[in-house]
Design a protein around this ligand. Structure first.
Ligand SMILES: Nc1ncnc2c1ncn2[C@@H]1O[C@H](COP(=O)(O)OP(=O)(O)OP(=O)(O)O)[C@@H](O)[C@H]1O
Ligand SMILES: [Mg+2]
Length: 224
C-alpha cells in the first residue's frame, strides 16, 4: 500500500468519485488512508462541502475546516478554468516546484495509502510549459487513470496511455467510471480498452448512488 496519483483524460470524469470510494474502502477494512488534491480550480469558499477537498475530507471523516482545506488543497482558485488561467485571473502563478515538493512531503509523512488527486486531465498546463504529466514524472508513483464511458473515450484513453508509456510511468489500473448517458454498456467500453491496454487492469465502475460501496473499489485498492 502506497501512493497513487489519480489522473484522468479530462475534467469531471470521476477522479474524486473514485478517490472517495477508495477512501471508504480503506477505512472500512481498517487501513490508514489520506488524500490530497493540491490544486483546485472552481473553488467556491461559500460551498466548501461540495468542493473536491470537501468531498475528500468528508470521506476521510475529518472536519471540513479552513485548516484542513488548506492542508489538502493549498492551491485554490475561484475561476473554473485550467489552473494556470484560473491563477492568472487572480494575478497569481502556480509554483511547479512547490507543488512537487508539497506532494513529496505528503508522501514522506503518511504511512499507508496516500491518494493524490491531480487536476483535470493528464496534460493540463500548470506553469509555463509544465503539465500534470511533468508533475507525475517527477513523483514517479503509479498512476490510476480514471476515464469515462462517453462517446470518444476510447481515443482519449489510448492517447493518455500513450503519453504515460512514453514517460515509462507505471499504471496501477485504468478505471472506467461510467458516464451519464453512455451510448454502450460499460462492459463494451472496458472490453475495448482492455484489448488495447494489454497487461493493464481495466476496472469498470457503474453509475452508483453517492457514497455507495462497490466491489470494484476493493479491487483497485489492491493494485497499489
Ligand atoms: N460511476 C459514477 N457513478 C455516479 N456518479 C459519478 C460516477 N463517476 C462520476 N460521477 C459523478 O460525476 C461528477 C464528476 O465526477 P468527479 O467530481 O469525480 O470528477 P473529477 O474527475 O474529479 O473532476 P475534476 O477534474 O473537477 O476534479 C460528480 O458529480 C460525480 O459524483
Ligand atoms: Mg475532482
Amino acid at each position: 500500500m502506497s501512493t497513487v496519483f489519480i489522473t484522468s483524460t479530462g475534467t469531471d470524469i470521476g477522479k474524486t468519485f473514485v478517490a472517495a470510494g477508495l477512501i471508504r474502502h480503506f477505512r472500512r477494512v481498517g487501513q490508514p488512508v489520506d488524500a490530497i488534491k493540491p490544486i483546485v480550480s472552481g473553488f467556491d469558499p461559500t460551498a466548501v462541502a461540495a468542493s473536491d477537498p470537501g468531498v475528500l475530507l468528508a470521506g476521510l471523516g475529518r472536519t471540513i475546516s479552513p485548516e484542513e482545506i488548506e492542508r489538502v488543497s493549498p492551491w485554490r482558485f475561484r475561476a473554473a478554468l485550467a489552473p494556470d488561467l484560473a491563477a492568472a485571473r487572480e494575478g497569481r502563478t502556480l509554483d511547479f516546484d512547490a507543488i512537487v515538493e508539497f506532494s513529496r512531503r505528503a508522501m514522506a509523512a503518511h504511512k499507508g495509502a496516500l491518494l493524490i488527486e491531480a487536476v483535470g486531465g493528464i496534460m493540463v498546463p500548470l506553469a509555463g510549459r509544465r503539465t500534470v504529466l511533468d508533475w507525475l514524472t517527477l513523483l514517479r508513483v503509479p498512476a490510476l487513470l480514471v476515464v469515462g464511458s462517453y462517446l470518444g473515450t476510447i481515443s482519449h484513453t489510448l492517447t493518455a496511455l500513450h503519453v504515460l508509456a512514453q514517460r515509462k510511468l507505471d499504471i496501477a489500473a485504468i478505471v472506467v467510471s461510467e458516464s451519464e448517458g453512455s451510448p454502450v454498456p460499460l462492459d463494451d467500453t472496458t472490453g475495448t480498452i482492455a484489448r488495447f491496454a494489454e497487461g493493464f487492469e481495466v476496472i469498470g465502475i457503474p453509475r452508483l448512488p453517492r457514497g455507495a460501496d462497490h466491489l470494484a473499489f476493493g479491487r483497485i485498492a489492491q493494485l497499489f
